[in-house]
Design a protein around this ligand. Structure first.
Ligand code: URA
Length: 431
C-alpha cells in the first residue's frame, strides 16, 4: 500500500480496496504515514465521500488500532451506552447515567472534551472539585458494580487511530464529513463493548448537521455500522437550533443536570433525558419496553433515587456533589429584553461562541477552561417576555468580558410578535 496511490484514487473518486484502506489507517496509527498524507486523503474524502464498504473498513481498522473492552463480560450484564454528536448546553449524560443506574442498569461511559463552541462531558465533570476522570479499567468495573455509573476519559489504548485522526481533522477543516464522523463515533462505541447504543444526533445551528436530512444520513450510517457489528442502535435526532436547557458553561451545566435529577430541570432538557433513559432501559437486560422504561425513569426522579445515585457517583470519583461546592463566576450580568415580544429564535451557535469567548471552552486543544463562566438562557424559543425581563444572565470573570458577552447574547435572540411554530426536542427517531 502506497499512501500517495490511495490519495490519488480517492481524489479521482475511485473506491479503495478495504484491506488497503485498513493498511493506510493502521500505518498512520503506527506513525508510519505522515500527517500531510492523511490530511490530503481526508480532504479527498471530503469531496468524494466513502462507500458503505469503505466506511466499515475504516471503522474496523480504527478499532483494531488499539485495545477493546468487554464490560459486559466483566460485569456479567448486558451493557448499554449513549453518545451525543455534540451541541451547546448538552449535559445529557450527567443526568442520564444516574437515572439509568437508579433503575438498576449500569452505565459506564467514555466521554470526550469540548472543542470550539460545543462542550465536552469531561470538562463539565472537572468543574466539580476533586472529580477524577481518569480511572483504570479495573476501577471502572468496580465502580460500575458498586455504584452503577461511571463516566471517564477515553484511555490511550482505545481507538488510538481516532485520537490521532480527529486531531488532524480538527486543524485541516475535515471534521464535518459524514462517514468520518460516523466511523469516529462508532469505532469508540464498539471498542468500549456496548451491546446496545442510543445515539443523540444533534440537528441545527449549533450542531455539525444543520438539516434534518443531513442528520438522518449520519444517523443511518452510524446505525448501519452498529447493526453490522451485531449491536442494537437507536438514533434520536434532536433539536440544536437553540441551546439545550438553560445553562451553557461547565459548572452551570452540572448544577442544571443535578436540578433536573430532582425534577426541577428545564422542559426540553428533562424531556430529552427521560426519552434517552426510557430507550436505554428498554435495551437493557431488565426485559421492559420503552413505556415501562419511561415510567421507571420518571419514578426515579420523583422518589429521589436519581439524585441519590448522582451524589453516590460523584463521590465515588472523588468529587463533592454539593452544588454549593461549584465555583461561581465573580460577575453575573443580566441581559434584559429590549422590548415586549415572543422569542422567535435563540441561536445556539452564537450562545456557544459567547460562552467560548468567556472562557468556558477551548479554541485549541491546549487552551485552559474557566469552569465557572457561561450563560444562563432564561427565555427560550416560544417564551413571551416583557421589556426589561431578563432574557439571560452572563457569568463572567470580569466586567469587560461580561459586557462583551451580554452584547453577543442579546444578538443571539430574535423577538417577534407571533409565536414561532412549536418544535419538540426529539425531532425524529431512526431505529
Ligand atoms: N465526535 C467524534 O467523536 N468524532 C467526530 O468525528 C465528530 C464528533
Amino acid at each position: 500500500m502506497r499512501p500517495a496511490e490511495l490519495i490519488e484514487q480517492k481524489r479521482n473518486g475511485e473506491e479503495h480496496d478495504p484491506d488497503e484502506l485498513a493498511g493506510l489507517i493502521l500505518a498512520y496509527a503506527r506513525d508510519e504515514v505522515p500527517d500531510y498524507q492523511l490530511a490530503a486523503w481526508c480532504m479527498a474524502v471530503y469531496f468524494n465521500g466513502l462507500t458503505a464498504a469503505e466506511t466499515h473498513a475504516l471503522t474496523d481498522a480504527m478499532i483494531r488500532s488499539g485495545e477493546t473492552l468487554d464490560l459486559g463480560a466483566a460485569l456479567g450484564r448486558k451493557v448499554v451506552d449513549k453518545h451525543s454528536t455534540g451541541g451547546v448546553g448538552d449535559k445529557t449524560s450527567l443526568a442520564v447515567g444516574p437515572i439509568v443506574a437508579a433503575c438498576g442498569v449500569p452505565l459506564g461511559k467514555m466521554s470526550g472534551r469540548g472543542l470550539g463552541h460545543t462542550g465536552g462531558t469531561l470538562d463539565k465533570l472537572e468543574s466539580i472539585p476533586g472529580f477524577r476522570v481518569e480511572l483504570t479499567t479495573e476501577e471502572l468495573v468496580v465502580q460500575l458494580r458498586e455504584v452503577g455509573v461511571a463516566i471517564v476519559g477515553q484511555t490511550a489504548d482505545l481507538v488510538p487511530a481516532d485520537k490521532k485522526l480527529y486531531a488532524l481533522r480538527d486543524v485541516t477543516a475535515t471534521v464535518d464529513i459524514v462517514p468520518l464522523i460516523a466511523s469516529s463515533i462508532m469505532s469508540k462505541k464498539l471498542a468500549a463493548g456496548a451491546e446496545a447504543i442510543v445515539l443523540d444526533v444533534k440537528v441545527g445551528d449549533g450542531a455539525f448537521m444543520k438539516t434534518l436530512d443531513d442528520a438522518r444520513v449520519l444517523a443511518e450510517q452510524m446505525r448501519e455500522i452498529g447493526v453490522r457489528a451485531g449491536r442494537e442502535v437507536t438514533c434520536l435526532l434532536t433539536d440544536m437550533e437553540q441551546p439545550l436547557g438553560r445553562a451553557v458553561g461547565n459548572a452551570l451545566e452540572v448544577e442544571e443536570a443535578r436540578d433536573t435529577l430532582r425534577g426541577d430541570g428545564p422542559a426540553d432538557f428533562s424531556e430529552l433525558v427521560l426519552d434517552a433513559c426510557a430507550r436505554l432501559l428498554a435495551y437493557s437486560d431488565l426485559g421492559i419496553d420503552v413505556d415501562e422504561g419511561r415510567r421507571r425513569a420518571v419514578a426515579a426522579v420523583e422518589d429521589g433515587s436519581a439524585v441519590e445515585s448522582y451524589d453516590r457517583w460523584i463521590r465515588a470519583q472523588g468529587g463533592d456533589p454539593d452544588p454549593a461546592a461549584l465555583e461561581r463566576a465573580p460577575v453575573q450580568l443580566p441581559v434584559p429584553a429590549p422590548r415586549d415580544g415572543v422569542v422567535t429564535r435563540l441561536g445556539a451557535l452564537a450562545i456557544g461562541n459567547a460562552a467560548l469567548d468567556l472562557g468556558a471552552g477551548r479554541r485549541t486543544k491546549d487552551d485552559r477552561i474557566d469552569h465557572a463562566v457561561g450563560v444562563l438562557c432564561f427565555a427560550k424559543r416560544g417564551d413571551t417576555v416583557l421589556a426589561g425581563d431578563d432574557l439571560a444572565e452572563v457569568h463572567a470573570r470580569d466586567d469587560h468580558a461580561a459586557e462583551l458577552a451580554a452584547a453577543a447574547v442579546l444578538a443571539a435572540y430574535e423577538l417577534g410578535d407571533e409565536a414561532p411554530p412549536e418544535r419538540g426536542i426529539v425531532l425524529d427517531v431512526v431505529a
